[in-house]
Design a protein around this ligand. Sequence first.
Ligand code: UD1
Length: 444
Amino acid sequence: MDRIKIIGGNKLNGIIPISGAKNAALPLMIASLLTADILTLENLPRLVDVELLIRILGNHGVDYSVNGRREHQDSNYSRTVHFHARHIVTTKAPYDLVAKMRASFWVIGPLLARIGRAEVSLPGGCAIGTRPVDFILDGLRVLGAEISIEKGYIDAKTHKGLVGGEYTFPKITVGGTHVMLMAASLARGDTVLHNVACEPEVINLARCLNSMGANITGAGTSEIHISGVSSLSGARIKVIPDRIEIGTYAIAVAMVGGDVMLKGSFPRLLDSVLQILRKTGVNIIENAEGIRIQHNGDAIEPYNIETRPFPGFPTDLQAQFMGLMTRANGISRITETIFENRFMHVQEFVRLGAHIALSGQTATIKGVKRLQGAQVMATDLRASVSLVIAGLAAEGETIINRVYHLDRGFERLEEKLSNCGANIKRIHGDNYLVDKSSSTAAIS
Ligand code: UD1
């Protein structure tokens, strides 16, 4: 299994190109199931999760082809890919595929809408909590789906096609919003969804569906209206920049010091995070090229946060922000409100010398002057990257084990960081593609 070795202490200086967002790419790829025409996605990141979803979609009959390199394009980064679901050959999404990536459960929406049937394995729990799909199923029932659960599979059917309806999500869910948008686009009549997710990735999907001929208004607000259409066509759409990648590198610079341009990032993707980073003492300059982050690596002010759905502080940056707070001048509190078990990085930070006490869903962090390098274990995607940035700030050598999580969600992480002066190296072990276990890959 691969490991990452970091010798901490180097400041970061230079340019980091921001990749397409994993969390936008996955639902956009799944939307290709809704049409017999070609859906072209630009700026699709090169990630293990994207490759896995290509395999999962391939099982349903989706062909794909990749554009060759274009002038001025770095062939190592995001690319343009065409998806073509001319015929759906199976409506079954088997356990061994769905268990590898939780978001693949979302195929239930387009399969049901286009074919009238979806048999999708329940995704099961994952390292950051139980993550049920009850609201997704309730929403689909409102659109007329008959749903039964047998032998670990959801069997969803509709005999005369989906029909529009009104549904209020009891709790904001990103995946639930994606599924309902896709399903309702091909339902007969109008659908109104209340208490939906406002994440930029939802807007990206709604724009894509509208380019395919759907009739969606209100994406980006808490209420969405969809007038169903009888079929959707192909389209071409660009995957938005990855706001979690932007936030992660911004926090890295805050933690170790330096001056880095996050090229291709827009502030509106993560306003709340940038405002908080400013309050911790980070200098942030926004211009047409991207967001420039400057900090001397010392004198980080403590700040209390609660994770919230967009536009609040994202749960996917909670672990990284905790890393930053381990070095703050004082005490800070971090409360996780989205997932019940998303503190597995705490014990690993403690191995690096951090002072953190956990009580329920709140972590209290007493900043220390220096972290010290140690061996640590990556537990999920975002926790893994928080250990990388903590390692960059720690004295001496940090070895991060089980790093295959990083490849699921961060495009060329070591290369981007070492180009800015970090001393970071991958130590190759066994083939991680063979070695990946289902429980780890299910966290997206
Ligand atoms: C997405 C993101 C993930 C991010 C999360 C929250 C992708 C691929 N993943 O995950 O990175 O951390 O949003 O921003 O985009 N819930 C229910 N019942 C349901 C659905 C959800 O109780 O039917 C709960 C979940 O357990 C969780 C909360 O709602 O407590 C939010 O989850 P949700 O927004 O659905 O997360 P995902 O879409 O899976």
